[in-house]
Design a protein around this ligand. Structure first.
Ligand code: GLU
Length: 428
């Protein structure tokens, strides 16, 4: 039985030690407000029926409607979805968005489904949770192994149920179905803005930094491509089937094009024919990628990738968390002691939900923004919130993660206190 949620909450205890808090706050943040477990009947192409378990957890809605993605993955369970919903609560507060946090998922391996089965599942999931979502209530989005096409089907199913078009019910939709320009690359772009800010502040130069990227899904692939364009050296990338390492740069755009054709990273060509001969690359395991001697390790796969099993062998100087919860709390402490910087998930991957918020604003106003407008506003948000977190680190001598949580929790606490706590109500 996994206990990711218990582990996730230990990150708060350090924050609670540093701020004088009412009991009310600790109690409000200790439990999700709603956990919905659903069983979704799925008609398979061969006529048989499968029943799949799905979840939607709304963690806390004090700052606004709850917000968070939906994942389709065989390991999805209530404990994991609860942690992810908790992280969304903190993340939305850190990014200063008027949202609470939620998450959903279905325990299924989507790679085993046909396209029609996947569409039926997406629609079935929305029918099962339709009563608890809505543009002013709870707003889903993509997450691990879900994408804009799936969001388009889900939004369409919701419109049929409520018999009107309410595109603000789901974000991460395809652009022609009410999505925002720049949403697809937003998580990778946001993480790069955070990394750039950190690099600038420490007088480092992208041209001198070697980067390994674990995970080549939406977040990892866009990050690798954008970081490459910004001058960083991408020397290793992986997907769930394997990894590749090059002394020289890899070409993330070429890899992305090949990945679209559904090739595993370890079966791809890593360079254009013009430079192929000179490029030295080798196939390595995912584990070896994590342990490479690089400047930046970008973790863009799943949770619990750095644990007691491998933390002592991590050699990277800086870790950028694009996935949610890729380092367990004990290993986080070890990395901090070893002086390895961790740019934490709740800040580093907040670009995705920030552009989701922009999509929601556009859906509600009916006015659609140009890509420059989306990018300018995303950069402004990521720079502002990164600076705030980095300042706290310098002022208080705490880790980046504790500083990020402190920043988010302060906003949540403000909201809880303004509704009145024990101290307020027990006054004479
Ligand atoms: N799934 C993404 C995350 O974990 C995006 C959520 C959203 O856009 O609502 O941040």
């Amino acid at each position: 039985m996994s206990n990711i949620f218990g582990d996730a909450k230990t990150r708060l205890s350090e924050v609670f030690r540093r701020i004088d808090l009412s009991d009310d706050v600790e109690q409000r943040l200790a439990h999700p407000r709603l956990t919905l477990v659903v069983n979704i009947p799925l008609r398979m192409d061969d006529g048989s029926l499968r029943v799949l378990q799905g979840y939607r957890v709304q963690y806390n809605d004090i700052r606004g409607p709850t917000k968070g993605g939906i994942r389709f993955h065989p390991d999805v369970n209530a404990d994991e979805v609860t942690s992810l919903a908790f992280w969304m609560t903190i993340k939305c507060a850190i990014a200063g968005l008027p949202y609470g946090g939620a998450k959903g998922g279905v325990a299924v391996d989507p790679k085993t489904l046909s396209k029609l089965e996947l569409e039926r599942l997406s629609r079935g999931y929305i029918r099962a949770i339709a009563d608890v979502i809505g543009p002013d209530r709870d707003i889903p989005a993509p997450d691990v192994y879900t994408n804009s096409t799936i969001m388009g089907w889900m939004a369409d199913e919701y419109y049929k149920i409520v018999r009107k078009k309410v595109p603000g019910v789901i974000t991460g939709k395809p652009v022609h179905l009410g999505g925002s320009l720049g949403r697809e690359s937003a998580t990778g772009q946001g993480a790069l803005f955070v990394l750039n800010r950190w690099v600038e502040r420490h007088n480092l130069k992208p041209q001198n930094l070697r980067v390994a990227v674990q995970g080549f899904g939406n977040a990892g692939a866009h990050f690798a491509s954008l970081a490459n364009q910004a001058g960083y050296h991408i020397v290793a990338v992986s997907d769930s089937r394997g990894a590749v390492y090059a002394e020289q740069n890899l070409d993330p755009d070429l890899l992305m094009a090949q990945k679209r054709e559904n090739l595993a990273i370890s079966k791809m060509m890593y360079c254009n024919s013009s430079v192929c001969e000179s490029a030295e690359y080798r196939i390595i395991t995912n584990q070896e990628l994590l342990e490479l001697d690089v400047d930046v390790l970008a973790l863009a796969a799943l949770e619990n990738q750095v644990t007691g099993q491998n933390v002592d062998r991590i050699q990277a100087r800086h870790i950028l968390e694009l996935a949610n919860g890729p380092i367990d709390s004990k290993s986080d402490e070890v990395l901090h002691q070893r002086g390895i910087t961790v740019l934490p998930d709740v800040l580093a991957n907040a670009g995705g939900v920030t552009v989701s918020y922009f999509e929601w604003l556009q859906n509600r106003s009916g006015l659609y923004w140009e890509l420059e407008e989306v990018s300018r506003r995303l950069k402004k948000t990521m720079d502002r919130e990164s600076d705030h977190v980095f300042d706290l680190v310098e002022e208080l001598g705490i880790s980046l993660r504790t500083a990020a949580y402190l920043h988010g929790v302060e906003r949540i606490v403000g909201a809880i206190q303004q509704q009145g706590t024990r101290e307020y109500f027990s006054e004479d």
